[in-house]
Design a protein around this ligand. Structure first.
Ligand code: BMA
Length: 369
């Protein structure tokens, strides 16, 4: 638990009666006191330690619960030979570094998925040729592929994405080595987007969040959950959450969609998602967070009324589609509670932002709808 001290919040600890250090001895005493108290005070990520998670501390005086990496954007639009834009992409720990599946739109503006590797999660080497999937040729035929998520489970890295199949639906594939890729049946009938797997079975079933949609840019959409015994047949569809009408939380009034793979915590599943409002200049995509019940994840325990990140920076506000922050992946470190969020910026480049499990859960509880 020692390393969890790096995310302590002295003010919060003081409110629990934890004293502050003044001498060398009392500092040691205080540290021991913190170690004893930390379990009872902090929320926990249920998962692995990730010592090399990219990380920067929250800037002094910054008030939002999610803060940007100072070197953003980490991936520019020309990261591959033919790319027009690289965004809405997913990364995972792999070997002694990281691997990812990237959405690269080409200069002819076709949308496809590309593999990339990184030693530090910040500097990425993305391949110039798109992923080619093995499988039933009826299923692997490519119309378009975009907005991948990657979910590690049972020794396999599962990939879900928005797959063109007589309209957008959810494609599913897997790899063990990021060299050979296998494609399974599409999870749903068209039209659907934002298919996001849970990282383990719940009550013996795989679970996937998704957002039923239409053929176009879909001016509506709620998040649902579907269940499967085998990653092929999906059913028991349940509603998770809707858009918010009126002006109580207008940033999520048009449509919402799950983002990264939900993060398991001791209090439930932490789901980071995007919310959209329709303005006179088009859609604006912001980020929110919700906590879903651990065993019945269609039940929403908390949900942020205020957004957690929104397009403020130039590279989020200006690009092929302005005013878009679109999260598709996180890296997490269970030892410290640190979370790095990977998100697409203005449908053009890729950024990273940081938070901790405590920061998000506290914010969510203080700002819940
Ligand atoms: C959505 C998807 C995303 C995109 C967003 C903003 O419908 O197409 O890939 O980032 O629109 O253009």
């Amino acid at each position: 638990m020692m390393c969890r001290l790096t995310v302590w919040e002295p003010d919060k600890l003081k409110s629990f009666g934890v004293p502050g250090p003044c001498t060398r001895e009392s500092a040691l005493h205080t540290k021991l006191f913190y170690i004893q108290r930390i379990d009872t005070i902090m929320s926990k990520i249920i998962g692995n330690e990730l010592k090399n998670i990219p990380w920067e501390e929250k800037p002094e005086g910054y008030t939002l619960p999610v803060w940007r990496y100072s070197g953003n954007p980490i991936i520019g639009r020309h990261a591959t030979k033919r790319s027009n834009s690289v965004f809405n992409s997913a990364v995972v720990p792999f070997g002694d570094g990281f691997a990812g599946v990237f959405r690269c739109d080409s200069r002819s503006v076709s949308m496809d998925l590309f593999v990339g590797f990184s030693k530090d999660g910040i500097n990425w080497d993305i391949q110039d040729e798109p992923i080619s999937f093995e499988g039933d040729p009826v299923v692997t035929v490519r119309e378009y592929r975009y907005d991948p998520r990657v979910c590690y489970m049972d020794g396999k890295y599962y990939i879900t994405w928005c797959n063109g199949y007589h309209g957008p639906t959810i494609g599913v594939g897997w790899t063990e080595d990021f060299k050979t890729f296998h494609q399974l049946e599409n999870a749903f009938l068209p039209y659907n987007r934002n298919g996001v797997l849970f990282p383990r079975k719940i009550n013996g079933r795989y679970m996937m969040l998704s957002r039923p949609s239409d053929t176009g840019h879909t001016p509506f959409g709620d998040i649902f959950i579907s269940q499967s015994p085998d990653m092929q047949f999906w059913g028991c569809h349940r509603h998770v959450m809707s858009t918010v009408k009126g002006d109580e939380s207008a940033w999520q009034s048009t449509k919402i969609g799950a983002g990264p793979i939900p993060i398991e915590t001791d209090e439930g599943w932490l789901m980071i998602y995007h919310g959209v409002i329709t303005t006179c200049q088009g859609y604006v995509y912001r980020m929110g967070a919700a906590l879903l019940d651990k065993d019945e994840p269609w039940k929403v325990l908390y949900r942020t009324k205020d957004y957690i990140l929104a397009p403020y920076e130039y590279y989020e506000c200006v690009g092929d589609v302005p005013n878009v922050t679109f999260p598709c992946a996180t890296l997490t470190d269970a030892a410290t509670g640190r979370i790095a969020i990977y998100y697409g910026c203005a449908d053009t480049v890729t950024g990273v932002a940081f938070t901790t499990v405590d920061t998000l859960l506290d914010y969510m509880k203080e700002n819940s709808l």
